[in-house]
Design a protein around this ligand. Sequence first.
Ligand SMILES: NC(=O)C1=CN([C@@H]2O[C@H](COP(=O)(O)OP(=O)(O)OC[C@H]3O[C@@H](n4cnc5c(N)ncnc54)[C@H](OP(=O)(O)O)[C@@H]3O)[C@@H](O)[C@H]2O)C=CC1
Ligand SMILES: CC(=O)N[C@@H](CCC(=O)OP(=O)(O)O)C(=O)O
Length: 345
Amino acid sequence: MFKVAVAGASGYAGGELLRLLLGHPQVQIGALTAAGSAGDVLARHQPHLPALADVVIQPTNPDVLAGHDVVFLALPHGASAVLAEQLDARVVIDCGADFRLIDSVAWQQFYGTEHAGSWAYGLPELATAEGPQRDHLQGARRIAVPGCYPTACSLALAPAFAEQLVQTEQVVIVAASGTSGAGRSLKPHLLGSETMGSMSPYGVGGSHRHTPEIEQNLSAAAGRPVTVSFTPTLAPMSRGILATCTASIAPGVSVDDVRAAYENAYGTEAFVHLLPEGSWPTTGAVLGSNNAVLQVAVDERVGRVVIVCAIDNLTKGTAGGAVQNMNLALGLPETMGLPTTGVAP
Ligand SMILES: NC(=O)C1=CN([C@@H]2O[C@H](COP(=O)(O)OP(=O)(O)OC[C@H]3O[C@@H](n4cnc5c(N)ncnc54)[C@H](OP(=O)(O)O)[C@@H]3O)[C@@H](O)[C@H]2O)C=CC1
Ligand SMILES: CC(=O)N[C@@H](CCC(=O)OP(=O)(O)O)C(=O)O
């Protein structure tokens, strides 16, 4: 058994981590920590986890987090970097952005703070020109979990770039996210009355901080720089991401070539599924599962490939991805403790 701590246990990502870890046969749950919520019982913040209802949340510091095999950090950006270097755990997995970007200039531009560095990037299914990303995660000690949008968008587009089926410019992504993607802390524009029954764009004009992360992943797949126009939107649902991705198709490439590339990339993956022809991804179908579901089409009239991907932002987009990475880091079966079926209707 591996003793596991969760920092940020009162938040959305922390709650989803604990839901998954409670069902993991090789995990013993250790310290649960937060900031202002320290001293509360977990039931006040995570009412869906009765097995941990009476556990008292502790403050987040290196002493409380010492003596664990694995520490998950589900903290706001910036908080992980400060803490990470003081942790003694064999494996530390950061759900935040602090260690995702390789390029410190892009970090400065989009986050406006000093770059903390980069850790192994935790998207095992990502095809890169240098081989599968999974190889870098087996036995890794420090792992950066991707952002939720980059997870969906990179899984959607990477095989097309890895097989050189699309052009590296004029890639356009519009993605919708549920409101839990913004975290639990109070934000006036995310009150129920602002979001119920209404969709809205944000981070428009190439300003969203996930843009360089998506470009980093697609450039790794293509083996050359890729630029992306990314527009996120907020949808009136608590969970889920639906990413619609389009790119100019390379000369002579058919829809059969595109389908074959995705079958080849994901045919043996447990969590990433190309749907049968005629079926399209929905966020409802992946709710609570660690799945990413995809469909591809070619719009021959405009010469563009269209790829749609759905994930649950809190599962494959954060906590499920984090547990998948823990399994790889510890040498456990990659799928251990992770749901491969959703909840419907
Ligand atoms: N929500 C999502 O879909 C996704 C989230 N992530 C990332 O996961 C991380 C957590 O996100 P999320 O759970 O949504 O956020 P929440 O706002 O829901 O939770 C944040 C957690 O961090 C704690 N916290 C806040 N400030 C500090 C601090 N200075 N020191 C220690 N603990 C602190 C909070 O405790 P307290 O209650 O005491 O304030 C709370 O437990 C973020 O980095 C986010 O970017 C990644 C992918 C998707
Ligand atoms: C709806 C919403 O606000 N979503 C968040 C992304 C959530 C996520 O994956 O982001 P990080 O781990 O990078 O914080 C946003 O747009 O900033």
